[in-house]
Design a binder for this molecule. Structure first.
Ligand code: NAP
Ligand code: MG
Length: 486
């Protein structure tokens, strides 16, 4: 049975409200394209109200600003308890709205208990330092929350992105206005209700569902927003940085996906490398920012690897995400499905060899076959642009030196990986590859304790890890003259 939908409005100043315009938009189930619910559609007028509420909640005398940091830890830990209490429901809601296979949704929601507690634990460890400045002075730093933050979410892992961004901003002591992706507002709304149940004071969190071009633009241009944290496309990331500079010089954290290289050396254990490389690009229907979408395979093992990769891809069970044996669900929507099919056409036209998949499955929902191209060349579109679908592109190489340069010849730099049993190959590759995370003999696993973010066009700043709250803080230097009494 489909999970009951409990929240569809905007959340502003502690109230569930309709939008000022009264407009709504439908949110869909990617499994069959059916409407799940109508959701309030916010735009500039609602963003203005939400930012005003968040600004009041950030006033120096507000309940939130007067709260001890240790109390922020308690509220966020209570939130973790509530997410765990409702984990099954949240996973079902995520799967319904996003098409994520249930097993993955359950794993992600289960892991978020640790994630929230880790980020919460940082709240009362935000500390400055005392500094031996010149002269008879006492100097120290204060680290203070930056202010009202706009958090703009993607649709590919909506609950997880919400949890990471919101808990980090709140741990730092900021107040927030959230804009969920238009395709996937439902888990963001439910999680907001849990934060309120956990005791978050009025106005600290506000949620404005709506479109990027209206609500998103209003948030990124708002003069009272001090910071934007965004996960999504490279193109919109650039627009956000421009908007940030247009008036009040907002701080920005950007996580913008990539075109991540995974290198298979000739000494790699193919029993591990083949399934891990497949998981690296087919998981979540390929809708993953760290997708291993350029797979470089050494010429000595190229044919053997391809045969095993095809066999593996053919065994991936595509279907209803609610079924426990399903490994790949539907793409998020018709537009994304067509975009991926467009890349597949482009791959064929530009001379890459399609060896399995390549087509839509059925006519209901947005299902695609796991697809593999071989003999892909670095200058082909499918080797350069983020496809965000279940398409593995395999490229041949001869030497490590050559493949490092080819791996780096991209505007992106989010993730990379190498399979090898030679420690020197691993050391050379990890040192020289330009990416925010690099895996050796594994791929895809991330942890809350380790920083996450991109080099080059893949983003700015880092999420997760001990320093994640720093991106939501300002550093203030206090310098006091020491009076000469003796
Ligand atoms: P997107 O447009 O970048 O959307 C991400 C978020 O930004 C959504 O909430 C979106 O609102 C909002 N947005 C859009 N335009 C905006 C603007 N001008 N100002 C402020 N906010 C704005 O991504 P998409 O269109 O959903 O997906 C397109 C491509 O982005 C994918 O094919 C994939 O390559 C990439 N992508 C990457 C990630 C990642 O994890 N790095 C995640 C999602 C998508 P709407 O809901 O109205 O779009
Ligand atoms: Mg969009």
């Amino acid at each position: 049975m489909a999970p009951q939908i409990k929240y569809t409005k905007l959340f502003i100043d502690n109230e569930w409200v309709d939008s000022q315009s009264g407009k709504t938009f439908d949110t869909y189930n990617p499994h069959d394209g059916s409407v799940i619910a109508s959701v309030a559609e916010g735009d500039k007028a609602d963003v203005d109200l939400a930012v005003a509420a968040a600004k009041r909640a950030f006033h120096r005398n507000s309940e939130w600003r007067l709260l001890d940091a240790s109390q922020r830890v308690k509220i966020l830990n209570k939130f973790a308890d509530l997410v765990t209490r409702d984990a099954q429901y949240i996973a079902e809601l995520e799967s319904l709205n996003n098409g994520m296979v249930m097993r993955m949704a359950q794993t992600l929601i289960a892991s978020s208990d640790d994630h929230i507690r880790y980020i919460a634990s940082l709240a009362d460890k935000i500390q400055g330092s005392t500094i031996p400045v010149d002269g008879d002075m006492f100097a120290y730093t204060l680290k203070q929350p930056v202010g009202v933050c706009g958090l703009i979410l993607p649709w590919n892992a909506p609950a997880l992105m919400y949890l990471h961004k919101i808990t980090t901003a709140l741990s730092a002591g900021c107040t927030v206005v959230v804009k969920p992706a238009e395709q996937t507002p439902l888990t963001a709304l439910y999680l907001t209700a849990l934060l309120v149940e956990a005791g978050l004071p009025k106005g600290v969190i506000n949620v404005v569902n709506g479109y990027g071009e209206t609500a998103g633009v209003a948030l990124t241009h708002h003069p009272d927003v001090a910071k934007i944290s965004f996960t999504g496309s490279h193109e919109v990331g650039k627009l956000i940085q421009q908007a940030a500079g247009a008036n009040n010089l907002k701080r920005v954290t950007l996580e913008l996906g990539g075109k991540s290289p995974l290198v298979i050396m000739d000494d790699a254990d193919l029993n591990v490398a083949v399934p891990v490389a497949a998981a690296g690009v087919f998981s979540n229907q390929g809708q993953i920012c760290i997708a291993a979408s350029r797979l470089y395979v050494h010429s000595k093992i190229y044919d053997k690897f391809i045969a095993a990769a095809i066999e593996h891809a053919k065994r991936i069970k595509v279907g209803d995400p609610r079924e426990p044996t399903t490994m790949q669900g539907p793409q998020i929507d018709k537009g994304m499905m067509e975009k991926v099919l467009g890349y597949i056409e482009k791959g064929k036209q530009e001379g890459a060899k399609l060896v399995t998949g390549g087509k839509r499955i059925g006519t209901s929902g947005y299902y695609l076959e796991p697809t593999i191209f071989v003999d892909v060349k670095d200058d082909m579109t499918i080797a350069k642009e983020e496809i965000f679908g279940p398409v593995q592109s395999i490229l041949k190489f001869d030497t490590l030196e050559e493949v490092i340069d080819r791996a780096n010849a991209t505007e992106f730099g989010l993730a990379a990986g190498i399979f090898t049993n030679d420690v020197n190959n691993a050391l050379q590759f990890t040192k020289h590859v330009e990416s925010g995370v690099v895996w050796v003999n594994t791929y895809l696993g991330t942890s809350i304790q380790a920083p996450f973010g991109g080099f080059k066009g893949s983003g700015l700043g880092r999420e997760r890890g001990m320093d994640c709250v720093e991106h939501y803080l300002e550093v203030k230097t206090v310098a006091m003259a020491v009076a000469k009494k003796f």
